[in-house]
Design a binder for this molecule. Structure first.
Ligand code: FAD
Length: 375
């Protein structure tokens, strides 16, 4: 099977590159093992200040609703973090004290939403909090068992009965100016969080739950849908297990399921993520990129890899595949001519491209521009 470009990894970086290339009229295939960092997404795109027109159209054409409001967001444990660009369901405030009286809503037997920690955090900011529980079984049948009370299962139910939640909250609301709800709404319909806001006569804030992240999975599904509508081939659940490189040019890649039907292309993009997604690996002696054995940018002295204070920035997160300014890697010091490396597998080796989601999107757009030759 032959494509213009084959992309290894279908997270935020791989999908952004695939969408850009398909839009430019190129044929592409994405091979992706499965879950990616979007399943753990907070809903805030790190290191993107005011989005460029290109980033804006990436989101709007995929149906991803975002807003740019520099400020702070409420974290799942009741603390606050600075952010600027977020999905529409994530509220950003000028200061952490966003209200006076807060009603926090949770669901009975749902333990992945920390309503008590949220209350403690908000009370530290001088807000008065009241927690109330809704019984999901009263709202939607059949009832979920205790092991099924996870964000995605709950969200699937709530897609159909979110209006009942609005009614219940309106009954519970006394003199509170703010209602905090778990981020379990709008899995298949990005407009639901905004419609909930319109239905409740108070400020509505959606706060994060334990993974999987409902806004993150929604974002992944919308990007994948957009990619496929543009004609891209997304090979979900497959893994690239090897590559044939001849005279510094990648000829094809081998996948577990396609066996000897190699994926051939003029260009290849490696978007396989960092340690978390197994794009990078380590053993006691080295940190390495397992697929192409690309040159790495890291300190070989193992003692420098991590900071014993867990909460500090961990140096190993900065390690990544070494590339030139055109995102082209090398093997044994020799550049690989038709391979581009994008996303979190770059670690902190390209600070000019940002970090987190900003790095994933900017590096993907850059690789697509380099491949198409379009400005
Ligand atoms: C837990 C977690 C939470 C995060 N939260 C945020 C956040 O809230 N905001 C933010 O801005 N950034 C966040 N980040 C940073 C995150 O890395 C980026 O935002 C971005 O989503 C990374 O995208 P990526 O495509 O580079 O990598 P990934 O999302 O890791 O995707 C890589 C994909 O490649 C696949 N893959 C790997 N090897 C192969 C192979 N051999 N064959 C086929 N497929 C393969 C993996 O299965 C995975 O699906 C988070 C990171 C982590 C780890």
């Amino acid at each position: 099977m032959r494509y213009d470009t084959v992309i290894v990894g279908g997270g935020l970086a791989g999908l952004t590159a695939g969408i850009s290339l398909q839009k430019a009229g190129k044929s592409t295939a994405i091979v992706s093992t499965g879950q990616n960092a979007l399943y753990f997404f907070s809903g805030c795109f790190d290191s993107i200040q005011e989005p460029t027109p290109e980033i804006k159209s990436l989101f709007s054409e995929a149906g991803i609703r975002v807003h740019y409001t520099p400020g702070v967001r409420l974290m799942p444990m009741g603390t606050f973090k600075e952010s600027a660009l977020a999905l529409e369901d994530v509220s950003l405030f000028p200061t952490p004290q966003f209200g006076k009286k807060v009603l926090i809503i949770n669901f009975m037997a749902y333990h992945d939403f920390f309503s008590s920690f949220l209350a403690q955090g908000l009370e530290k900011q001088g807000m008065e909090c009241r927690i109330r529980f809704l019984n999901l079984g009263d709202l939607a049948q059949p009832e979920l068992g205790p092991n099924q009370m996870r964000a995605v299962q709950i969200a699937r139910k709530l897609d159909d009965v979110w209006e009942k939640v609005v009614q219940e909250v309106r009954v519970l609301l006394k003199d509170e100016d703010t209602v905090v709800l778990p981020q379990v709404f709008g899995l298949n319909d990005a407009s639901i969080p905004e419609r909930i806001r319109q239905g409740i006569p108070a400020r509505v804030v959606f706060a994060g739950t334990l993974p999987p992240s409902v806004p993150g999975i929604r974002t992944q599904m919308l990007l994948k849908k957009r990619y496929e509508v543009l004609g891209g081939t997304y090979l979900l659940g497959d893994r690239v297990t090897g590559a044939h490189v001849y005279e510094d040019v990648v000829q094809n890649v081998v996948t577990k399921q396609l066996d000897r039907h190699y994926l051939e292309a003029d260009h290849f993009i490696l978007a396989s993520g960092s340690f978390f997604s197994k794009g990078l690996s380590s053993n006691p002696f080295k940190i390495y990129e397992p697929l192409f054995e690309l040159d790495m940018d890291y300190d070989p002295d193992r003692n420098t890899w991590y900071d014993p204070t867990f909460a500090n920035h961990q140096p190993y997160l900065g390690f990544g595949v070494k590339t030139d300014a055109q995102l082209r890697p090398s093997r044994g010091g020799v550049p690989v001519k038709n391979l581009y490396v994008i996303g979190s597998i770059l670690g902190e080796t390209h600070p000019e491209l940002g970090s987190g989601a900003g790095l994933a999107i900017r590096s993907a757009l850059k690789a697509a521009q380099l491949i198409t030759g379009q400005p």
